[in-house]
Design a protein around this ligand. Sequence first.
Ligand code: FMN
Length: 242
Amino acid sequence: MRATAKTLYQIIEDRRSVRIYDPEADFDSEAVSRSLKSAVLAPNSSNMQLWEFYRIQSAKAKEKIAWMCMNQKAAKTAHELIVVVGRRDLWRKRQRALVEEMQRAYPDAAAKQAKRAMNYYKNLIPKYYWTDWFDLWGVMKKIIYFFVGLKRPIVRHGNRADIRISVHKSAALAAENFMLAMKAEGYDSCPMEGMDSLRIKKYLNLPRKAEIVMVIGCGPAAEKGIYSKRFRVPNEEVIKTV
Ligand SMILES: Cc1cc2nc3c(=O)[nH]c(=O)nc-3n(C[C@H](O)[C@H](O)[C@H](O)COP(=O)(O)O)c2cc1C
């Protein structure tokens, strides 16, 4: 086995959800900065990067957000809290950035690859992300997919719920990158969805379509920070070979 694989597997194994952090232990907040830089390298749908990460550092803000996390110890004792936010509303901004990036990446606009990339970001992306108030376009897309799908494979997602799931998926991958990087830095973390997402959204002044994906508490673990031995159902139950 390669040394890099060994190191990575060890980090994955060592990461646990830690519910109590040591208030006295040293904490290098630069480790959070580095880990967040790893977070944004996560794979994400169409590279749209529809996410934001809010670092909650001040004592006052931490107390507020911890309260909104139902005063869970994992939040109350954390040295820092990261609010992972899904921003499907930013799709137009990201689309523009990606169109510009494609122009840079493929200077020969007539080349096949350039045309394909441009068509993807200029035509397909708006068709996927644009929504109307009643999600009628989403229903329409589902009907189109149904009929086209009778003849050939077609991507089935396209309504508002599908877009939201897609944004959450990508943000969750970034969150895992963050937690593994923090473990590699010698710190622990706990992802939390036990929280009042509406209050957090208001506190952070986020727009209506922004969604709180999770809050991550992090810091140096306290001695009794892990509540129980790790449990997973047997691999055979969840890993299938076809
Ligand atoms: C999306 C998500 C939400 C979670 N929410 C909470 C939470 O609100 N409070 C908590 O103590 N743990 C929470 N957890 C942690 C899980 O309980 C934990 O990952 C699981 O029990 C497995 O333990 P391990 O992470 O130590 O392997 C959450 C985990 C995920 C992925």
